[in-house]
Design a protein around this ligand. Structure first.
Ligand SMILES: Cc1cc2nc3c(=O)[nH]c(=O)nc-3n(C[C@H](O)[C@H](O)[C@H](O)COP(=O)(O)O)c2cc1C
Length: 176
């Protein structure tokens, strides 16, 4: 059975939720999975049989801390089963722009020079309850313009959990 590192970079928590779901699915079939924040990664990818990295998009970019992290471990990552998933509103939900979501992911991989064996874009969430007032207003404008949901009295989750499960199943096929 394999030992898998799942590192995530999140701002409002949805990417962490997806990382946890992937870990639970891997654990269910007998693998060990550690879910850790990529911001201050307290683990060495060398110690793992496989690595999954997930990150969300804000203002058109993944968190800047991820570039140096991937570059630091790129050679190690290239020797193991590895995957990258990107979480955004472009990735799904009302007003989704799948090509844009894909472009975010591809730009990140081009910039870091990493070639993970598997990649995915997942729809994220609109978590109005977690935003300060100015971010709520900003998101209402951006999302409203794109034809999305703007009721700030509630949150919206667009993540397709079936797609997350399929991603995990495919990844698990590369584990021993
Ligand atoms: C301030 C802000 C900026 C965002 N910018 C983008 C963006 O440029 N493109 C996009 O597709 N989604 C954008 N999103 C949507 C996030 O990617 C989405 O809410 C995701 O679920 C956040 O994941 P996290 O909770 O793991 O941080 C933005 C969200 C916020 C709050």
């Amino acid at each position: 059975m394999s030992k898998v590192l799942i590192a995530y970079a999140t701002t409002e928590g949805q990417t962490a939720r997806i990382a946890e779901r992937i870990a639970q699915a891997l654990q269910k079939i007998g693998h060990t999975a550690d879910v850790l924040s990529a911001n201050e990664l307290e683990a060495d990818p060398k110690e793992y049989d496989a690595v999954i990295l997930g990150a969300s998009i804000h203002y058109g970019h993944h968190p800047v801390c991820l570039g140096p992290l991937v570059q630091k471990y790129r050679e190690v990552l290239e020797t193991k089963p590895s995957a990258f998933f990107s979480v955004s509103l472009s990735g799904g939900g009302p007003g989704a722009r799948p090509k844009t979501a894909r472009r975010y992911l591809e730009v990140f991989l081009r910039e870091t020079g990493w070639h993970p064996g598997q990649t995915a874009t997942f729809a994220g969430a609109l978590q109005f309850s977690r935003y300060p007032w100015w971010k709520r207003m900003l998101m209402v404008m951006i999302v409203g313009f794109a034809g999305g949901d703007t009721d700030t009295s509630r949150d919206y989750e667009y993540t397709d959990w079936t797609a997350v499960a399929e991603f995990t199943e495919t990844f698990a096929k590369h584990l021993t």
